[in-house]
Design a protein around this ligand. Structure first.
Ligand code: NAD
Length: 477
């Protein structure tokens, strides 16, 4: 059975407390033993990262990139094993979990080449004998804090660019997916010089808090809930360190009267129900024009009612459990609240009697855009369908929430598509595509309360993991 430990200065390192991890799909199945660390463990990890950083930077982009390519190769050999572990630990259906592991491989390959690409400008200088240019410097030690819903892809999409640009890292993964993060790190960390990749398991309000406040940590990259993100921002501003936050969403799909009904239903089901709705980019509102409303709502309800829920390891399962008892309670609380408000159900509507944290895939009809299910991030398999009179009203409803991560529009009209691309307050707008699934080579991030307005992935990562240095060199003699 897997037993997670810390990874510090190039080797496994003990944790201070241990606990059994249960499969969210089978209450009685122990998946492994996770660990919790102290501030002293964190201190050792930061010191190791500090000690390694200058040599890592001096190694140069080619050697750093080659190590990322090698890490990709090792992870690729373990995609099935990592996918299985993620599926058992946090309940993601196996095809999605394998896909996530494969995505981590692709991200490592993408960033393996990134250090060789242009990273500055030559700028004319007033003196004709002076060469003036910009270059980029790593931040130093970067603290990486990640959520449980993408236990492989998110740590890797933060670590890979941090490393290739010459930073060393201390990763603090979410408590609920620490086994998977540990397994991934223990496969790739041995390839790197000691101290370049460090992992410290533990609670957010203990080791997470020590990490964000550590004076030698010069950058903080966080993905998680808006409340914790806000707190990290306050600490980072007070400390004067660079920070990056990716947080929640309340992602809308707009369905115009001229949409392909089949495509819009398919993409809504996939966007709302894969990973049991536990994606920051999951579809949670569908804003539908009145001419197509009833046909769309009926078809969506029928499709969602027919989805197969069950064991994430069964390839036929569309929908696994939610991650924990607390998450189930929260999601069912939203469903019960909406029912009390008089919202009508098109599918689902409660928890499932099973020895796991299962919630029925649920669709609510004719939802009031100001109600809790249309305003708050639920992070479960629940979608609200909202009727509107036309595109102008659709945009008004879509933008009427605090979040602005991802948004989609389904239409056959270029005019409508462009009006939505321009009018939607979202960091990622997709036309005739589901709200989830943004590719790793494209910038990822949100507007409003969804993000600290920086972007991750693709070339955008260079902006966060490095700082600009302006250089002027005057030739003499
Ligand atoms: P969370 O905020 O509870 O935890 C995220 C991480 O922060 C965990 O590792 C946790 O231990 C740590 N943490 C908690 N308190 C801390 C503190 N005081 N100091 C430092 N670290 C602390 O989020 P979660 O429940 O793991 O994940 C779900 C949330 O993540 C949802 O809101 C979801 O939308 C969001 N999310 C966003 C994206 C994105 O890219 N925008 C992607 C995935 C998930």
């Amino acid at each position: 059975m897997i037993e997670a430990k810390n990874w510090v200065a190039g080797s496994q390192s003990p944790v201070t407390a241990r606990a059994e991890v249960y499969n969210p799909a089978h209450y009685d199945e122990i998946v492994g033993i996770t660990g919790y660390s102290s501030s002293e463990d964190l201190e050792q990890a930061v010191q190791a990262a500090c000690n390694a950083q200058v040599a890592w930077k001096r190694l140069g982009f080619l050697a750093r990139g080659n190590l990322l390519f090698r890490a990709a190769g090792i992870l690729e050999e373990h995609v099935d094993e990592l996918g299985q572990l993620a599926a058992k630990e946090m309940g993601k259906p196996i095809a999605e979990a394998r896909g996530e592991a494969q995505r981590a491989v692709a991200i490592l390959r993408y960033y393996g080449g990134e250090g060789a690409r242009t990273m500055g400008d030559v700028i004319p200088a007033a003196n004709p004998g002076t060469l003036q240019y910009t270059t980029r410097e790593p931040l130093g030690v970067v603290g990486i804090i990640t959520p449980w819903n993408f236990p492989l892809a998110i740590p890797v999409w933060k670590m890979a660019p941090a490393l290739v640009f010459g930073n060393t890292v201390v990763l603090k993964p979410a408590e609920l997916s620490a086994l998977t993060a540990y397994q991934m790190v223990s496969l790739i960390a041995p390839l790197f010089p000691p101290g370049v990749i460090n992992l410290v398991l533990g609670r957010g309000n203990e080791v997470g808090e020590s990490l964000i406040r550590h004076p030698q940590v010069r950058g903080l990259s966080f993905t998680g809930s808006a409340g914790v993100g806000q707190h990290i921002a306050e600490v980072a501003v007070a400390r004067g360190v660079k920070y990056q936050l990716e947080m929640g969403g309340k992602n809308p799909v707009i369905v115009a009267n001229d949409a392909s009904l089949e495509l819009a239903v398919d993409a809504t089901v996939s966007g709302a129900m894969r990973s049991a709705g536990q994606k920051c980019t999951a579809t949670s509102r569908v804003i539908v024009a009145d001419g197509i409303y009833r046909a769309f709502a009926t078809a969506l309800g029928e499709r969602v009612a027919s989805l197969k829920w069950g064991d994430p390891l069964d390839p036929g399962t569309y929908l696994g459990p939610v991650v924990s008892a607390a998450q189930k309670e929260k999601v069912v609380g939203f469903i019960e609240g909406a029912k009390r408000e008089g919202h009508r159900l098109l599918a689902g509507g409660g928890s499932i009697e099973a020895p796991g944290h299962f919630v029925m895939p649920t669709v609510f009809d004719e939802v009031d855009p100001q109600s809790a299910i249309a305003q708050d991030e639920i992070f479960g398999p629940v979608v609200a369908v909202v009727p509107v009179a036309g595109i102008e009203e659709a945009l008004h409803v879509a933008n009427g929430v605090r979040y602005g991560l991802s948004a989609s529009v389904f239409t056959g009209s270029l005019k409508t598509a462009l009006a939505c691309v321009e009018g939607l307050e979202a960091g990622m707008v997709r036309v005739n595509e589901e709200t989830a699934g943004v590719e790793y080579q494209a910038p990822f991030g949100g507007m409003k309360a969804s993000s600290s307005h920086s972007r991750e992935q693709g070339r955008a990562a260079l902006e966060f993991y490095t700082e600009t240095k302006t250089v002027a060199i005057r030739s003499i003699g």
